[in-house]
Design a protein around this ligand. Sequence first.
Ligand SMILES: Cc1ncc(COP(=O)(O)O)c(C=O)c1O
Length: 405
Amino acid sequence: MSVTQTPITRELFNEVILPIYAPAQFVPVKGQGSRVWDQHGKEYIDFAGGIAVTALGHCHPALVEALQKQSEQLWHLSNIYTNEPALRLAQKLTAATFADRVFFANSGAEANEAAFKLARYYATQKISPYKTKIIAFHHAFHGRTFFTVTVGGQPKYSDGFGPKPADIVHVPFNDLEAVKAVIDDHTCAIVVEPIQGEGGVTPATPEFLTGLRQLCDQHQALLVFDEVQTGMGRTGKLFAYEHSGVTPDILTTAKALGGGFPVSAMLTREAIAQVMTAGNHGTTFGGNPMACAVAEASLDIINDNQLLEGVEQRHQWFIDGLQEINQHYHLFTAIRGQGLLIGAQLTPEYAGRLRDIIQAAAEHGLLVLSAGSDVLRFTPSLIISEQDVQEGMAKLHRAIAQIIG
Ligand SMILES: Cc1ncc(COP(=O)(O)O)c(C=O)c1O
């Protein structure tokens, strides 16, 4: 096949990309704020933001400027050298959180991989070589590297790839008694999402998080919060742990950190960080100057009381819009979540129509997401306008009307 002759269409995906995704039938080519356009110029309202990534919408001018400026300055040097954007970003992240030290990586999975390795290394070096057990939760999602996908609580994603990393135990989410039944002095960490995102937008109860903190303290285990999806303003606080009053020992963040530029971070306290030594973990691209410059611009905008209060306000617009739709069609059993991580659970009658609803929404010019098998998920820009929310809700209303009549 002649490459120059090949039109770039959705069909080409089926020929050249590893068949692990099933992308929509249109190909987006441009985004601005909370609007996206496809190859045919059709316009969509974006209630997805990637998957909770473009927290300041598409092509935010401050992020574009930071990227342009850095792209003319320095692209990459590796971790044989440090660089100014990475140091500035680390300084700002530690100033804004419980943490003293940062490890930069490129994806959520990679930040979690570092977190789980750090937890095990800390426990085995400081306490006992047998202290390796990780406790995690059913329906949790922590990424797709083999360690992180095994810590995740959805075996369908980790089965079939050969022997799995060992000593990982899964128990039901929000069930403190189940954790008590498996935690012991060989436990090095409990890993939890403050709100399970991929698993169905299910918030951890405050009592559950408080209980996990106490159990970790009793057993000298580390509490790891996976804030890959909940972090960077998504829930109306810079990080979701701030709502609960429970402070983790290790926190990971990715997705919205770079507003669409791939970058992630693992944050921890000095005493834990100190167990690591030069050379016992690393990554080529971690702390890339362009990624860190964009993330710094993103953090500067998001770590602002007015912006975070705006997230709460937008939460209400979404809840109002979804409740209104539900008054007509009674298709949601629950509308839950925090800030702009919102899930609408479909009744058993409509759960099988989730894909159809998402496809109909796209036909009507709206991008929305699923979470699990029966939840419609909304993770829009944190600064989406009221007009975009109203227009998007009207499109969703029409799409649902088309599906269920
Ligand atoms: C809570 C959580 N952790 C980890 C990940 C993995 O992140 P990535 O896909 O960037 O590796 C995700 C992605 O959806 C996530 O939601």
